[in-house]
Design a protein around this ligand. Structure first.
Ligand code: NAD
Length: 488
């Protein structure tokens, strides 16, 4: 069985770990590799390499730094098939979903290639007679990211291209559940002729995360994962003097007004709920119909029932398994909880049997109706293929319900009324808003703007926020003697 290694200073090196955990295909339970439960010593080795690389990398002109990103983009595109298959094998999502991840990852590489312009400073001449003032942006040093299991390819790319294009060096810690994808990416990084240590990767779980948060050499941490860990990482990183952006969990509400287009709304909402088996931080979870709704209920149930579940590399499959057997147990118990709370099952996917993949962590599309609005299932991130369907009488009450959500990652509305849509956009307390859109995932030029328990920090991933996060400003006030004497 392959034991995965860290990628440090341009070399594949064994971890100092004494224990390893299995990386498992969630559709078949086949063990794909073993990942080290790394230690703070691994963190230290990576930081030393990154610090050494920073001294020269930051001096390289931005226009030269981005040449490596152009090359990386080509390599990602040339290898997209193998990279996508790797995501499917270790995370369970379908091949099409895996490929879509890479499109989004590559988009961030392209956007970061604009760094020579994006990180330009500001200049004011003659703030006083003969005195000029200007602001320049400089890199921070060693930056690091800690990523979750559900987007093994895309999420590190919300940060990595911007960090290195701005002149920082970067350490990636993938989720220990899906470490193979970034391992494949490092094989491509090794072909870039990038100076050793500009990009390093270390494997592990909590011990490595704590080692990163405590290491004085790491200046900034980008985290994506569940809210409880995001809050922990934010607090511990800040207590250790680091810049931290920590994206957390979600429970995304979608309002359907009775004037919404039936076919379009049904298709988009069903794709949003069940895409990636509901394991998306932008998955629609609570579907709120307002006013007359019988036709929407019927149509949502019919289309959900047709969604085919199975192994993600089979072409006809539209939905894969959830990540682990524990996840399956947790999702099934939340469905049970919803029933106990008074919800009615319109579609029950708990007893999924997939021929050839009997041991897989499969749950088929599930719909539970009329759960109590303030009960446990309504307030909990399910992270599985479950639609909670509730009915509310007015748009005012629906918006108030959306705003009572402790999370604020995404909120969507489906309507043909510009007036209602505008009001929702203005009043909804969430950072990513969809209007007749089911997954309001910002493209690379825009920040991924979670609010409330979905985000801890100030500057989000992607867009101009990434440039702000990965640089520090330096203001210079300047006077030259000849200019000074000229005034007399
Ligand atoms: P997770 O919080 O369990 O793990 C995320 C990372 O934290 C992993 O790298 C893991 O090794 C590390 N980690 C886990 N437990 C830790 C601990 N006790 N101490 C320190 N580090 C620890 O999240 P997950 O299950 O991998 O991912 C799913 C979650 O991520 C969901 O809640 C989902 O909503 C969220 N998510 C959010 C976004 C977003 O943009 N807001 C995007 C994707 C996923």
């Amino acid at each position: 069985m392959e034991k995965l290694r860290n990628y440090i200073n341009g070399q594949w090196v064994s971890s100092s770990a004494t224990t390893y955990v299995n990386v498992v295909n969630p559709a078949s339970q086949e063990v794909l590799a073993q990942v080290p439960s790394g230690t703070p010593a691994d963190v230290d080795a990576a930081v030393q390499s990154s610090e050494n690389a920073f001294a020269t990398w930051k001096r390289l002109p931005a226009g030269k730094r981005i040449q490596y990103l152009f090359h990386l983009k080509r390599l990602l595109e040339e290898n997209i098939d193998e990279l996508s298959k790797t995501i499917t094998l270790e995370s369970g999502k379908t091949y099409a979903e895996s490929k879509a991840e890479w499109v989004r990852a590559i988009e961030n590489v392209e956007n970061a290639c604009g760094i020579p312009a994006l990180m330009q400073g500001d200049f004011s001449e003659d703030i006083s007679l003969g005195i000029d003032e200007y602001m320049i942006r400089q890199p921070l040093g060693v930056c690091a990211c800690i990523s979750p299991f559900n987007f093994p390819g895309m999420i590190p790319f919300w940060f990595l291209p911007y960090a290195i294009a701005c002149g920082n060096t970067f350490i990636i810690k993938p989720s220990e559940k899906v470490p193979l994808t970034m391992t494949k990416v490092m094989e491509l990084v090794a072909k870039l002729d990038l100076p050793a240590g500009v990009i390093n990767m270390i494997h592990g779980g909590k011990s490595v995360v704590d080692g990163m948060l405590e290491h004085p050499g790491i200046k900034a941490v980008s985290f994506v994962g569940s809210s409880a860990i995001a809050r922990y990482v934010y607090a511990k990183g800040a207590a250790n003097g680091k810049r931290v952006q920590a994206q957390g969990g979600a429970k995304n509400p979608v309002i359907i007004l009775s004037d919404a287009d039936l076919d379009m709304t049904t298709q988009i909402v069903v794709d949003s709920v069940y895409g990636c088996a509901g394991q998306r931080c932008l998955a629609a979870s609570t579907i709120i119909t307002v006013g007359e709704h019988a036709n929407f209920t019927e149509s949502l149930v019919e289309l959900s029932r047709k969604r085919s579940t199975g192994f993600g590399l089979d072409e006809s499959v539209q939905m894969g398994p959830v990540i682990t057997a524990d996840s399956k147990t947790r999702v099934n118990s939340l469905i049970e909880k919803g029933i106990q709370e008074g919800g009615r099952l319109l579609l029950d996917g708990r007893d999924a049997k997939i021929s050839g993949y009997e041991k897989g962590n499969f749950i088929q599309p599930t719909i539970i109706e009329d759960i109590p609005l303030h009960g446990e299932i309504a307030g909990t991130e399910i992270f599985g293929p479950v639609m909670s369907l509730v009915h509310i009488n007015t748009i005012e009450e629906a918006i108030a319900y959306v705003n009572g959500n402790k999370y604020g990652n995404m909120a969507c509305i489906f309507t043909s009324s510009g007036l209602h849509a505008r009001r929702f956009r203005n009043e909804a307390d969430a950072g990513n808003i969809g209007i007749n859109i089911g997954v309001a995932a910002p493209v690379a030029q825009f920040p991924f703007s979670g609010w409330k328990e979905s985000f801890f920090g100030d500057l989000h991933g992607q867009g101009k926020h990434a440039i702000e996060f990965f640089t520090q400003t330096k203001v210079v006030i300047e006077r030259w003697l000849k200019e000074w004497t000229r005034k007399f």
